[in-house]
Write a protein of this length. Structure first.
Length: 170
């Protein structure tokens, strides 16, 4: 991976990654629900988050994630998504920070399913707080299965993106 980019180049890279993640998020929001389980989606914007975590580091990944979450809530016109996305996103970011230290470059694809599980846990905890009820945790087994499946797809995509961009930068 190339060395860290500073100044205007860094800001430009972060803005571009945030715009890409936001575009993917908004496009995916137009896809009808895949199942009757609330909250199940592919999470394709997370490809950008995983890429940013492993290519740029935790701080820059958090900036991209935060920008996407905030702007996604604004542009989708659904302010409640800010609560759920922020809770899930922050918890998955914490897990990605840990996995970044544990995984090799060839194991990055494993980070996404684990982060997706914790994203769903974060969202369910936020829902439990908003609804003042733990009953929402009944969805957890279904969301874990969906997270593993979607996370494997986004993880493989992030791994391929990292490998491809690394070749381009050389």
């Amino acid at each position: 991976m190339a060395g860290p980019v500073k100044g205007a180049g860094r800001i430009t890279r972060l803005a571009l990654l945030t715009a890409i993640a936001l575009t993917i998020f908004l496009a995916e929001a137009q896809i009808p629900a895949l199942t009757a389980v609330p909250g199940v989606k592919l999470g394709l914007a997370n490809i950008v988050t995983v890429y940013a975590m492993f290519a740029l580091g935790p701080g820059d990944a958090l900036l991209v994630l935060s920008g996407r979450v905030f702007l996604g809530a604004v542009f989708s016109g659904q302010p409640m998504t800010l609560i759920y996305s922020a809770a899930g996103g922050f918890l998955s970011w914490c897990v990605l920070c840990l996995l970044r230290k544990l995984l090799t470059e060839k194991q990055i694809w494993l980070a996404s399913p684990v982060a997706a599980i914790f994203h769903n846990i974060g969202q369910l905890l936020a829902a439990a707080a908003v609804l003042h009820s733990w009953s929402v945790l009944a969805w957890l087994p279904y969301l874990v299965i969906a997270a593993v499946l979607a996370g494997l797809f986004t993880g493989v995509a992030a791994q391929a993106l990292l490998k491809r961009l690394e070749r381009i930068q050389k």
